[in-house]
Structure formats: structure tokens, C-alpha cells
Design a protein around this ligand. Structure first.
Ligand SMILES: Nc1nc2c(ncn2[C@@H]2O[C@H](COP(=O)(O)OP(=O)(O)O)[C@@H](O)[C@H]2O)c(=O)[nH]1
Ligand SMILES: [Mg+2]
Length: 306
């Protein structure tokens, strides 16, 4: 429960700013990596595979004079299939609410036709800040031509080269965003990082480990639900049972692995992230269940949080 607005704002300066910042861009640009860096804690999952983020995720960053509500979004792409279309819709829905659009470009790819399409999708008259990401991975002399082409696509946007991975340019990026936010109150207490439940974050952390440890279609065929989450404060322990849903029997076999080895490895690495999140020891039990064609039905997609 958040305290009421008056008590939240008792010590806040008069010119305090606040607002929504939608982090938008192509798949794999580094949007979720940036969100985690901005918050100084992992709430968003990150993998080298595209279409890792499936729905909008709120991350709240509070300083003495500003509260920024970042919305991490699924990557914008030319989607086919129901799951992908719903992901792109989830991303687009973040735009109308945004005070500032933080548009991420992947400098390893550079702006291409997809960026032209994104430029057309942005709400007109909205403040846009462009983060040209992954500058740690490219030669510096390739950046200027990219900045030039972005200036043509979005003439009013400020372009800031950054590395979400090592933090280069991120403070300049923040300053540019704060500058564009309107005056407004705090909506969340200073120590609130997200409105997601621990349960929902745990399900995502498990999904990340499955995506990292499987190949081909499996990363895109799974969903994770947390079935029970028991806290035992007297033992500093959380006991969690979760189910990984797959589409086919063959995928179930692969996920479990010979002698249960694969599932064990997934559980072990998920447990480390969950322990960091909860600050407790974690006992994690994973189950695998076949839920035929769940990616093709609106009902199961909704049930699995897409
Ligand atoms: N070299 C480099 N890699 C990055 C950077 N930011 C993100 N990545 C990598 O790009 C991949 C996709 O990142 P992710 O945050 O999931 O992208 P998203 O799909 O836009 O959310 C991951 O492998 C990240 O480690 C960066 O600044 N530099
Ligand atoms: Mg992401």
C-alpha cells in the first residue's frame, strides 16, 4: 500500500517534477538493460534473444527533486502470429501515456527501415529523447552518421550516445529526460521500484533462465506461473513452487533434460536471482506442464500475462 499523496509530498520541493517515460524501440536494443541500470536493481529480464520482454513493466526512479516512471516495453517489430502481435500492441499502448518517449537505437545495427516505421508511430508533438545504445561495442567514427540520420528521422529529438551495459552517457541521458518532464508530485514512495508483485518478478526471472538455457523455438514457447509463494520469516526462507508451461511433449522432455539435469540447472540459476530480490534464502521447486497451443489463444495468453 502506498501512502497518500499529501504525506508522500510533505518534504518534496515546490518545483518537483514527475512523469512517465516510455522506453521504446526495436527488439534487443537494450531497453530492459537500461531500465535495470537506471534503477540500480534488476527487475526486467534480459537475454541476447529478441522478444524477451512480453509486456509493459513499470520501473520507478526517485530523486530529491524528480520521480520518473519508466515503462519498459516489448520491442517494436513487424509482428506475425498472435503472441507477437499482442507484444507489439503492449508496446504501442505505452506511448499515449508517456510525457517523454525514450527511443532506443541499437548502434550495432544502426537506424534502418524499422526506425523509419517507428518514427511514424510516435505520437506527434511528444518530447522524444533518443538513446543511441551499445556505443561500447562499435567504433566511435560510426556514430556520427547514425546521429545524422536520426536527426533526419526525428528533427526535434535530442540524440545521446550511451552504453546501458557499462553506464557511459547514462547520466547525460537522465538529465535530458528530467529537463523535459513537467512539474508534478510524487506518486510512489522513494523506495518503491515497481508496482509488480514479487510473484510476477519471480515468474519473469524463471522465464529468463529458461530462455537463456534453451534454443530454437523453446524460448518462445514457454510461459511461467508461480503457483505458491510461502514466506517463512522465522527461517529467513521463501518456499516457491512454479510451473513452466510448454506447447508440446517434446519440449517438456528437453526442458527436463536427462535425469532432470536441465530443469535443475534452470532452477539453480533462477534461485540466485530470486534470493537477491527477496533477500531471503529460496527453496524453488519447478514443474513442467504441456499446455497445447497456448501461444495461439487469446485466453491462455491473458492467463499467462502477455
Ligand atoms: N555491448 C552492449 N550490449 C548491450 C547493451 N545493452 C544491452 N546489451 C545486450 O543486448 C541484448 C538485449 O538486451 P535487452 O536489454 O534484453 O534488450 P531489449 O530487447 O531492448 O529489452 C542483451 O544481450 C544485452 O546484454 C550495451 O550497452 N552494450
Ligand atoms: Mg526487453
Amino acid at each position: 500500500m502506498e501512502p497518500d499523496e499529501a504525506s508522500l509530498n510533505a518534504a518534496v520541493p515546490e518545483d518537483h517534477r514527475s512523469g512517465f517515460v516510455a522506453i521504446f524501440g526495436r527488439p534487443n536494443a537494450g531497453k530492459s538493460t537500461l531500465l535495470n541500470r537506471l534503477l540500480g536493481q534488476k527487475i526486467a529480464i534480459v537475454t541476447p534473444k529478441p522478444q524477451t520482454t512480453r509486456r509493459r513493466l513499470l520501473g520507478i526512479k526517485t530523486s530529491d527533486d524528480c520521480q520518473m516512471m519508466f515503462i519498459d516495453t516489448p520491442g517494436y517489430h513487424r509482428a506475425s502470429g498472435l503472441l507477437n502481435r499482442r507484444m507489439v500492441d503492449n508496446a504501442l499502448r505505452a506511448l499515449p501515456d508517456a510525457d517523454v518517449v525514450l527511443w532506443m537505437i541499437d548502434s550495432e545495427i544502426g537506424p534502418d527501415e524499422l526506425e523509419e516505421e517507428i518514427a511514424r508511430r510516435l505520437p506527434s508533438g511528444r518530447d522524444v529523447v533518443i538513446a543511441l545504445n551499445k556505443v561500447d561495442a562499435v567504433r566511435k567514427d560510426t556514430l556520427l552518421p547514425m546521429i545524422d540520420s536520426m536527426a533526419k528521422l526525428a528533427p526535434d529529438a535530442e540524440v545521446i550516445p550511451i552504453s546501458a551495459l557499462d553506464g557511459e552517457g547514462v547520466s547525460q541521458l537522465l538529465a535530458a529526460i528530467v529537463d523535459k518532464l513537467p512539474e508534478g508530485p510524487r506518486f510512489y514512495s522513494g523506495d518503491t521500484l515497481t508496482d509488480e508483485s514479487e510473484r510476477a518478478l519471480v515468474a519473469e526471472f524463471i522465464r529468463e533462465k529458461v530462455m537463456l538455457q534453451t534454443r530454437q523455438e523453446i524460448p518462445y514457447s514457454i510461459a511461467v506461473t508461480v503457483d505458491t509463494f510461502e514466506e517463512k520469516p522465522e527461517r529467513n526462507l521463501s518456499v516457491i513452487k512454479a510451473t513452466i508451461h510448454v506447447e508440446r511433449d517434446s519440449q517438456k522432455g528437453i526442458l527436463i533434460g536427462r535425469g532432470g539435469k536441465k530443469l535443475k540447472a534452470i532452477g539453480a540459476s533462477a534461485r540466485r536471482d530470486i534470493e537477491r530480490l527477496t533477500g531471503t534464502r529460496v527453496f524453488l521447486e519447478l514443474f513442467v506442464r504441456v499446455q497445447r497451443e497456448w501461444t495461439k489463444r487469446q485466453k491462455t495468453l491473458t492467463e499467462f500475462g502477455v
